[in-house]
Design a protein around this ligand. Structure first.
Ligand code: AMP
Ligand code: ZN
Length: 117
C-alpha cells in the first residue's frame, strides 16, 4: 500500500470499482472512463509505480497478468481473434502518458470505432 495511491485504495476496497477478476496478487476492474466498448485495467495488488520499476523479480507476476488477459478479454465480450481481438497498453512515465502511478495494463476491445486508441 502506498499513501494516496488511487489503485492501492481500489485494491483495499476503500474506493469502489467494478471488478472483473481477483486473485491473491492481481485485480482487474473496469476503467471509469472507457475508450472502447470493453476497457478494463489489470493491476498487481502490490504497489509497483510503473513498468520502469519492473525487474526480473516481477517476471512471474507480469507473466501471469499477460497470460490472464486473453481469458478476461473474452469474458468481458471481446470477440475471438482474428476478427475480434483486443489491445493491451501500459503507459509509463510522463512522456509515456501515465497518469496513475500504480502499474496497470489497459485491456481494450470491442467493435470499432473507439473513442480513443
Ligand atoms: P494511465 O493514463 O495509463 O495512467 O491510465 C489511468 C486510467 O485509470 C485512466 O484510463 C482512468 O480513466 C483510469 N481511472 C482513474 N481512476 C479510476 C477509478 N477510480 N476507477 C477505474 N479507473 C480509473
Ligand atoms: Zn498503489
Amino acid at each position: 500500500m502506498s499513501d494516496n495511491c488511487i489503485f492501492c485504495k481500489i485494491v483495499e476496497g476503500k474506493i469502489p470499482s467494478r471488478k472483473v477478476y481477483e486473485d491473491d496478487e492481481i485485480l482487474a476492474f473496469h476503467d471509469v472512463n472507457p475508450w472502447a466498448p470493453v476497457h478494463f485495467l489489470m493491476v498487481p495488488k502490490a504497489h509497483i509505480p510503473s513498468m520502469a520499476h519492473v525487474g526480473p523479480e516481477h517476471a512471474g507476476l507480469l507473466g501471469r497478468m499477460m497470460a490472464l488477459a486473453p481469458k478476461l478479454a473474452a469474458q468481458e465480450g471481446c470477440r475471438p481473434y482474428p476478427e475480434g481481438g483486443f489491445r493491451i497498453v501500459t503507459n509509463t512515465g510522463a512522456e509515456g502518458g501515465q497518469e496513475v502511478h500504480h502499474l496497470h495494463i489497459h485491456v481494450m476491445g470491442g467493435p470499432r470505432p473507439w473513442l480513443r486508441g
